[in-house]
Write a new protein. Structure first.
Length: 254
């Protein structure tokens, strides 16, 4: 799932919106739930239709009668949606309202683990940038070049992996009598790709990072990684905000 840092930060500011004291009143209207949860009336209705909220009672005039559990459910959903995605958020809340607290907690743990793994990938990318991209490329000589077989053995990678990376335009090689030959700069690029792939980076993201890594443009790379770090921080904060409401829900249903 892709996350937009500006959207996450803006959304996080409203996840815990509202007056808790007022939201504790026994009966709330749809607009009051929306105000306490920091969202629109339509959003509350959509979440009700998707089974994210507990059953809603109806008054004699058929008006909906919400209570604090509905406010907490909306807040928890919005936090988990920002931190882990809509599907996970919906599944967590449905498990809670279905009485399966253990399943909800397991999904929340997995969401935190995913955020932690992403943070670790960012740190590894920075480490790869610091340790490889800044290496000076000396004037090459014929002895500095490697065939694809030599390079694959040196890195402990199959030649098929190197060919695949080349087909995905992550690396390139010269040709000598039809055979692939890698010079010093190209070998360095292959090492960068190998490190980032080992750190868990996908092909698409590598295409975004590699121009800055291989060109030695540390400022641009730092900005990319900083945006990703802030996105991870926002996701983590959103999960914490959702967990606060989830805890209150669990205390009410157990």
């Amino acid at each position: 799932m892709n996350y937009d840092i500006e959207v996450l930060v803006e959304g996080l500011a409203t996840i815990t919106a509202g007056d808790d004291a007022q939201s504790r009143q026994s009966v709330l209207s749809t607009s009051e739930v929306a105000a306490h949860a920091g969202c629109s009336v339509q959003h509350v209705r959509d979440l009700e239709a998707r089974g994210v909220l507990p059953p809603v009672r109806r008054a004699a005039n058929n008006y909906r009668r919400y209570d604090r559990t509905h406010v907490l459910s909306v807040r928890a959903y919005r936090g988990f949606a920002a931190g882990a995605g809509f599907g996970t958020a919906r599944a967590i809340l449905q498990s809670i309202h279905g009485g399966d607290v253990a399943a909800a907690l397991a999904m929340l743990d997995a969401a935190h683990a995913d955020v932690h793994a992403e943070r670790d990938r960012i740190l590894r990318a920075q480490s790869a940038a610091d340790s490889i991209a800044a290496e000076p490329i000396i004037e090459p000589s014929p002895d500095d070049s490697m065939t694809i077989g030599e390079l694959s053995r040196a890195l402990g990678l199959p030649t098929s992996t190197l060919r695949f990376w080349e087909s995905q335009r992550l690396i390139d090689a010269d040709r000598s009598d039809g055979a692939r030959v890698f010079g010093p700069a190209q070998i360095r690029d292959v090492r960068i790709v190998a490190q980032l792939r080992a750190a868990g980076y996908g092909i698409g993201l590598l295409r975004e990072l590699l121009p800055q890594l291989t060109s030695g443009s540390s400022n641009e790379l730092g900005e990319i990684l900083d945006r990703r770090r802030r996105c991870v921080d926002a996701r983590s904060q959103a999960l914490v905000a959702g967990a606060a409401s989830l805890h209150a829900l669990i205390a009410g249903v157990e």
